[in-house]
Write a protein that binds this ligand. Sequence first.
Ligand code: GLC
Length: 427
Amino acid sequence: MSRLDRAAAFERAAAVLRENDRGAYTIPTKGLYPFQWNWDSCLTALGLRHLDEARAWQEVETLLDHQWPDGMVPHIVFHVDDDGYFPGPGVWRTGRPVPTSGITQPPVLAYVMKRLHDEAGDRELARRKAQALLAKAEAWHRWFYACRDPKDTGLVAIIHPWESGRDNSIDWDEAMMRVPTDGVEPYERRDTKHVDSAQRPHKADYDRFLWLLQRFRGLGWDNARLHEASPFKVVDPGFNAILIRSDSDLAELAETLGEPEIAARARERVAKARAAFETLWSDTFGQYLCLDRVSNQLIDSPSIGGLLPVFAGLGGEARQRSIAGRIEAWRKRTRFGVASHDPADRRFESKRYWRGPAWIIVNMLIADGLRRCNLADAAAKVEAGSLALIEESGFAEYYDPISGEGLGGGHFTWTAAMVAELVKRAA
Ligand code: GLC
């Protein structure tokens, strides 16, 4: 990209960020997602800082204002009423002062906080903000191991596919078969009013998503009970890798800020998780796989979740190179970006939500990880692939990796945030 093109791309990205700014938080996109989403907001802060550092900190502050007393940071905060989205606050009924959903999302928060802090222009502001948020970030990480790893294995489970952030991945299919659909209250979906249903989950999946929600609601959203009570418990390598990376970043940040106790606790969690992590490796696939915690079997589903462990530098050199090889092999079968699922798998669908499409944010986390593993050439290719997608199809929610077509919602905030990042880094 030329300097001029980069400047133009930045301006377009900034326009999307402004368009979706609601003052103290951003929405992912108008219509389809009219509230604040957890990992969207955190990753969006990385883009916002190029416009206004104080505003970037505010984005994560607002999210943390709605942290639950037990430490969980919810996946959606319903700041306003909007019946364009289902399931809304009236379905979740979590009883929070400002309504929120009752599940969580990938904890990229501490990774983002460390970057906002370390790369800040306004050092004084960064120090103050990071200091004020550190204990909250730690409380969330502790919550994970207390509530989502009650048997103390070192790895956490998600109890609803929406927690993964990769909502409709093939990874969940097998475990979701165990989730019943009886007693699901009648409902009307809103997502398919905004987006072509061929790009969204099937009804049978939606019924199960809602069954789980109702089950947890029936238990009063008591996180001490939900893990045991859920028929869906999956240990996702991508999710755990994000938690491990964020926890090591939290440790370093805490050290810098003069909080050695927080740092020591985080390091202890990381060491334990790292030791447990390699049980998720599959020699057959040359990548990591999800573990079904109910059947105690690895799930034969080679998705991008199993490539994400490079983000935490997991696996040692041989496994990291194997993952880089997988990325290369996937890329040879598509034209744009890294797909969300192995394109050679017969279940791959290039247009359906998380079952094949490329997502810029996940591509960016992968690229960050490859650099961390000293695989800078591979990282540069993934980044160039992301920029090519934007040039082809603008700021979409996700993209068909074969045709490059933009899919799902448009004017998408975290896609724009990642573009702001990419072009600033290349500058
Ligand atoms: C979808 C995605 C999820 C994201 C949300 C808002 O539900 O699967 O990862 O956080 O949209 O963009």
